[in-house]
Write a protein that binds this ligand. Structure first.
Ligand code: GDP
Length: 289
């Protein structure tokens, strides 16, 4: 997943193999910079990361080990934003998660993936079909939930997502579910009607978490739309879908830092099992080997 970055980081660390002066550090930092920019890490994030690596290395005394530790440390700092990591359950179930995102971002698929992820962890999960905008959305969820044996709440006659969400919450409570995942309508672009609708659903069910599903293939646009949703709705986490696509990885590295909320999961394929928790320390370990 971060193969190219890992290799480039190793090359950068090697620059300090036979020299441990300012010039060698500058050289190593330059190699690191090129690798980050090549991986599509935003230039501001790259700059911030390099400043941190330089400061940490100098503090410890220039050398290969200090530089390696500085990269690990700085990466962890950049990847971490205030808030939860992975999936966090409330002490009093059900944990309610509002799923938001633009149309086509992978929101519905991600809801099913998250349901599958939780079911594998022995949780009782209910999915609420509150995307009443797109005619096929409820049908898509019905099929996917049947296929993966997930419980779905939908209201064939319902036309108000707020009403459906409220009923789903009642069912989640009375049915002693651990988690309720609420799928909502997406639009091709952010618009006021979309925001007003999702805000109304938010108000009605007071979710513990608001996840924003962003398409990794949209690059820096994923960061921008996540930031707009955060401003409007107060998201608590980002899920980056389609990470298996032709992405160089940079968006995942910068999103927490740029949006100010943690990246919680990454989608790595179209199947229900293709979802991974994004835990900063684990990712740093994977990048640095
Ligand atoms: P929604 O409109 O946001 O609900 O989008 P969908 O959930 O219907 O997904 C749109 C398309 O993206 C579908 O063809 C999904 O199979 C695909 N998709 C979603 N997540 C991923 C992922 O992580 N990797 C890949 N390769 N495709 C994905």
């Amino acid at each position: 997943m971060f193969g190219v970055l890992s290799e480039s980081f190793k090359t950068a660390v090697n620059k300090l193999r036979f020299a441990d002066d300012d010039k060698a550090l500058k050289n190593a930092l330059e190699t690191l910079k090129k690798a980050l920019l090549k991986a599509d890490v935003h230039h501001k994030v790259t700059k911030e990361l390099l400043q941190r690596v330089e400061a940490h290395t100098k503090q410890a005394g220039i050398g290969q080990e200090a530089f390696l530790n500085a990269i690990k440390h700085s990466l962890a700092e950049i990847l971490t934003a205030p808030g939860n990591q992975g999936f966090v359950y409330t002490s009093k179930p059900p944990t309610v998660v509002l799923m938001s995102g633009l149309q086509g971002s992978g929101k519905t698929t991600t809801t099913v993936k998250l349901g599958t992820y939780l079911k594998l962890r022995k949780k009782k999960v209910l999915i609420a079909a509150c995307d009443l905008q797109r005619l096929a959305a409820v049908e898509q969820l019905k099929q996917l939930c049947a296929q993966h044996e997930l419980d779905l709440f939908y209201d064939e006659s319902g036309s108000d997502p707020v009403d459906v969400a409220k009923k789903a919450l009642e069912k989640a409570k009375s049915g002693l579910y651990d988690v309720l995942l609420v799928d909502t309508a997406g639009r091709l672009a952010i618009d006021e009607a979309l925001m007003a609708q999702i805000k109304a659903v938010h108000k009605a069910i007071a979710p513990h978490e608001v996840f924003y599903v962003a398409d990794a293939l949209s690059g820096q646009d994923a960061v921008k739309t996540a930031a707009s949703f955060h401003e409007a709705l107060g998201i608590t986490g980002v899920v980056l879908s389609k990470y298996d696509g032709d992405t160089k990885g940079g968006v995942a590295l910068g999103i927490a830092h740029q949006v100010g909320v943690p990246l919680r999961f990454i989608g790595v394929g179209e199947k229900a099992a293709d979802l991974e928790a994004f835990l900063p320390e684990r990712i740093v370990g994977r990048i640095m080997g």
